[in-house]
Write a protein that binds this ligand. Structure first.
Ligand code: FCB
Length: 450
């Protein structure tokens, strides 16, 4: 038997995102987002699902906060929908939009739960996409204005912020691969988008710190431990380039003021429209690094269309480990490896695990109970891997399970269930799964026995 223990004061929480849970897509003055437009376009989302209603969290937030309180959670990572605050992405704030988040935050504070807010979890105001979206460098200034508005309104009660959620994913999936909003497939636009996002990151960081220097600011980066598919020199070099591209494209500019060496034939700064002085402007000395991690990626050297000279082996990069119902490989060691690597490469920064979790379809049995033993095993193994990294010196301060309640999983619609709490999408009934009770016990004991 092993005792797995976490440092004193460790935060145990869950993470969610506005479009995935809120619903109320056009209520109280909210503007259209790129996800509203995308999901309303036939053929984009499995089963024609949309986030129009989702988990109706906009109206049921108090019930959802009560659930977290009952589970004894101490942190809640949620995101703010930009088009609720600025319906067209510019101009004065929509008070009703801000009021919703004020109510939510007050409810959290009253329940003793730390609010941890993400400014951008992918729902760009559609009007800004119509003006060119993230490939248009003006979007950076719009974003910094929005950051300042939110900070002024909520900065007195929210002291823990994430600027972006997974910049690598929303730029790649939205502008390069096109299976997420806004559904574009343009290498040039994608490259420019990444630089605009980095500029926005730096600008928003400075605007927020100018308002309150003591507030803690990070970003939730998507990360996947990259392993060479074989031991050849070519595959090892390819895995390093891929690591630069998927794990550090936004982190390194923020912390080091430069882009990783990800492209085989050298940097592509001209195509990205990087101008004089902008490698300083992208700097954002974050107070903590948020890591969203689900799995590993095995990489092989290859001639690809993007110029990386690398690709995931077997298309997905997954190996022969067990899979979740979504088909993602379960590889707990990826969390250990990634936390160790960030710790070593970035001088032992403060880290929070901002997302980690798994999709399993388990629903209620005849008695109404949901026995999702596979999810418990997933969390147990990943948490054990995390605790090893901490024991070896990583400064990890919190862990957020993705996710609190089953919700709208982007292109998959409602087909993937990642929640600790089951949602019946007909009735909106919430039922904690066995994993929710297990997670609550881990939070209460700040650890577990295996
Ligand atoms: C991450 C996203 C999150 C959720 C999980 C499963 O990439 O940040 O919104 O969809 O994957």
């Amino acid at each position: 038997m092993a005792h797995v223990r976490f440092p004193e004061g460790f935060h145990w929480g869950t993470a969610t995102a506005s479009y995935q849970i809120e619903g109320a897509w056009s209520q109280d003055g909210k503007g259209e987002s790129i996800w509203d437009r995308f999901a309303h376009t036939p053929g984009t989302i499995k089963n024609g699902d949309t986030g129009d209603v989702a988990c109706d969290h906009y109206h049921r937030y108090a019930e959802d906060v009560a659930l977290m309180r009952e589970l004894g959670l101490t942190s809640y990572r949620f995101s703010i929908a930009w088009p609720r605050i600025q319906p067209t992405g510019r101009g004065p704030a929509n008070t009703k939009g801000l009021d919703f988040y004020r109510r939510l935050v007050d409810e959290l504070l009253a329940a003793g739960i730390r609010p941890a807010a993400t400014l951008y979890h992918w729902d760009l105001p559609q009007a800004l996409e119509d003006a060119g979206g993230w490939p248009n460098r003006d979007t950076a200034g719009r974003f910094a204005d929005y950051a300042e508005i939110v900070m002024r309104a909520l900065g007195d009660r929210v002291k823990h912020w994430m600027i972006f959620n997974e910049p690598a994913i929303f730029t790649t999936m939205g502008y390069l691969v096109g299976i997420h909003a806004p559904g574009r497939r343009e290498l040039d636009a994608f490259l420019r988008a990444t630089h605009t996002v980095n500029l926005a990151h730096g600008q928003a960081f400075r605007a927020m710190k100018a308002h309150d220097a003591s507030t803690a600011i990070g970003t939730a980066f998507s990360m996947s431990a990259c392993e060479p598919a074989s031991d050849t020199e070519a595959d090892r070099a390819a895995a390093e380039r891929w690591h630069g591209f998927v794990n550090e494209w936004f982190l390194m500019p923020a912390l080091r003021g430069r882009y990783p060496d990800a492209f085989r034939d050298g940097p592509r700064l001209a195509e990205m429209d990087v101008r004089e002085g902008e490698l300083e402007a992208v700097r954002a000395p974050l107070d903590f690094i948020g890591i969203n991690l689900y799995t590993r990626t095995r990489i092989e050297a290859a001639d690809d269309d993007w110029g990386l000279g690398a690709r995931p082996a077997g298309l997905t990069g997954w190996g022969d480990g067990p899979r979740t119902d979504f088909g993602w490989e379960i590889w707990p060691d990826a969390l250990y490896a990634m936390v160790k690597r960030v710790t070593e490469d970035y001088d032992r920064p403060v880290i929070e695990i901002t997302e980690n979790g798994c999709s399993y379809a388990d629903g209620p049995d005849e008695t109404g109970a949901i026995d999702d033993a596979r999810r418990i095993a997933f969390y147990r193994d990943y948490l054990q891997a995390l605790s090893r990294a901490i024991a070896e010196g990583a400064d990890v301060r919190g862990y957020h399970a993705w996710t609190l309640i089953d919700n709208f999983e982007w292109a998959e619609g409602f087909a993937q269930r990642f929640g600790l709490v089951h949602v019946d999408f007909e009735t909106q009934k919430r039922t904690p799964k066995a994993s929710a009770h297990w997670f609550a016990e881990v939070a209460a004991k700040n650890g577990f026995e295996t």
